[in-house]
Each structure stands twice: as structure tokens, then as C-alpha cells.
Design a binder for this molecule. Sequence first.
Ligand code: NAP
Length: 353
Amino acid sequence: MPAVGKRTTPVRIGVIGTGTVGQWLLRAVHGLGARHGVELKVVAVGGRDGLVARPDGIDLEALLGLKAQGESFTQLGGVEHWAAALDGISEIDADVLVEVSQSPPSDGEPGLSHIREALGRGIAVATSNKWPVALAGVELAALARRNDVGFRAESTVMSGTPVLAALTDGLGGATPLRLRGVLNATVNAICSRMETGASYADALAEAQAAGLAERDPSADVDGLDAVAKLMVLSALVFQEQLELRDVSRRGLSGLDGGDARAAFERGERIREVATLDPGAQRRSVDVTAVSARDPLFAVEGTANTIRLEVEPLGEVSITGPGAGPALAGQGVFSDLIALARQSAALRASRRRP
Ligand SMILES: NC(=O)c1ccc[n+]([C@@H]2O[C@H](COP(=O)([O-])OP(=O)(O)OC[C@H]3O[C@@H](n4cnc5c(N)ncnc54)[C@H](OP(=O)(O)O)[C@@H]3O)[C@@H](O)[C@H]2O)c1
């Protein structure tokens, strides 16, 4: 923490993606003030409309006002504009890039190139964008190490519940052996509702009305979202890069409410179980019945859980909420604050004689 009254130099941030998570984060940065011992200044924002930058700080009030009216950030005055976000990232002066855009499972682009470019230039990265990390997490972590900058992706797995910080930094030097978990809160909420009598269609509609499921819920109910999370865990915790085809997948959409109720009546529950067991060559996401003896039986509603077997500790388990924009925003915000502190400390050490 800086001493009271000591002047700090703001940590300069670029934010790519001004959707639900991006706007939540921009509001949080706007309201941060001098708390947490860091001062943050948003110097660039980008997305599908390219990137705008202003070295002395983007007017966040004006930006959020434009977004509220459905207008583009390109309407901001006094900014420099690049037509492609990647071109802007390769030129701006920033300390941390927050990548909260959306990229597809086919190639993770353009998010993957945004992250590569930033890390390659020595700019730290915090991201909630799953597919770039799922498809290239090992490479990105190595690139960050080579360039001596931070790379954090907390929100890609359990949103605001800190698992990656605990399983990477917290278990530094330990050897992860295998993990099982429930990684998709939306699917778990649907399973939980079906047990108590709702049909699949009604449980899905309720999840959508509560803002848990997207209007197009296919990534959740087909198991693809949990596959991405499993691949992120494999890359960042086990240091093993998987491809999409390495993970077997059976999603929720083949099931109906009757299956869940029948399982419940015989003392079991339907859960989407993610398994990563490199020693047994098992990497899967599978909607299946679990017995009351299985620890995953107790995971209810929008909770997520990960149980990791690790040498020399034994089993470490983390459970917490995993759905909703505030949670995703919080996960990125905690990464951003950690990276900003590192960046401020690095600058201070460079200033010392
Ligand atoms: N929402 C959650 O609960 C949650 C939880 C965990 C992780 N995430 C991840 O966090 C990221 C952001 O989520 P969100 O809910 O904020 O999504 P969103 O509301 O759909 O916003 C996505 C943003 O990405 C931008 N974008 C999309 N395609 C792009 C492209 N090809 N190039 C540049 N920018 C592009 C969009 O630009 P425009 O504004 O121009 O459309 C938009 O600003 C996603 O990767 C998501 O998977 C979300």
C-alpha cells in the first residue's frame, strides 16, 4: 500500500469488449477511486468497432452513457481511432489489457491475437474470454513468463469464485494429479429445477428469465462451455494443452425432466460432471447420474465446484457461485487489481536508484 499522501502514477488500462462484463468492469474502475492501493486510468477501449485511445484517460461517464444509448465508443470526442482493435493494441501505451470480448471455439479469434499482441509487447493481460485460453493457454502463459508480465484468466472458469489463483499461485510447486467438478452453473441450475418437477423446457426458460442462460443456450446445454473450462484448467493448472477433440462430451440437451426426476426418486441426481485425469487418459464432460455418496451430489443451483487431487496435499476442494455478469466482472476486476499492483511495484522499483 502506498503511504497516505504519497502520489502514485496511474496504471494505464486498455479494455477490449464493452458488453455486459466490459461495462460492469468499467463502472467498477470508475468507482474505484483510491481504494486497494492502486490508481487505474482507462486509456483505450475496443471491440468490433476497432479501438479508441486517449493517453490522459477516456471519459468513462461519457463512454457508459453512449453504451446505455446503444451507441458506439467511436462517438467519443478527442480520441485516436483504429479500425481494427488489434492495430490499436499494437500501438497504444498501456500497462494492462483487459480482454473481455467474445471469441469462438473454432480458433479463439480475434481475442487470441489481442492477447498474444499485448503479452508480446510486455503488456499484462486479464481476460474472461474462454476460448483463447482454452485453445492456447500453455503458449500464452509461457509468452507472459518470457516477457516478464502477468497473465490472469480467473473468470474463465468459475467467474468470481477464485479457483485459478488458488490452484496455480496457491499450489505453486505442488503436483496436480486429477480433478472432478461441476463447472457450469446454468446447467446445474437447470438440473436442480428438473429434480423438483420442472420440464427441461421450463427449467431452461426460467434460467433464461433469471439472466443465467443466453438466449442461445447451446454452449451451456451442449456441454461446450464446460469443455472450454476443463481445457483452461488443463492448460493453466496441469500445463497440458488440449484440443477440442481431446475432450469427450455429452451435454444436457439429450435429457428431459422425467430423467432427472426418476434419478432423484431413486436417490441420485443428474449432474454435468467434468473430469480431468491425465494419468488415466480421461478428459470428459458428461451429464450423468451421481449417487448420494458422490461429493458432487451436494452441488445445488448456481453453485460450481472443483475437487483437485494434488501431491503432497491430498484433496483440495473449492465451491462457490459461478453465474451472472457481476460475478464474471468481479473475477476480471480481482485479476486487474492484482496485475495493476504488480505493474505499480515494477515501476516503483525501476525509479529507485
Ligand atoms: N457474462 C458472463 O456471465 C460471463 C461469465 C464468464 C465469462 N464470460 C466471458 O466474458 C466475455 C464477455 O462476456 P459478455 O457477457 O460481456 O459478452 P457480450 O455482452 O456479448 O459482449 C461481448 C463483447 O465482445 C465484443 N466482440 C464480440 N465479437 C468481437 C470481435 N470479433 N472483435 C472484437 N470485439 C468483439 C462485443 O463488441 P460489440 O459491443 O461491438 O458487440 C462486445 O463488446 C465472453 O468471452 C464471455 O464468454 C462471460
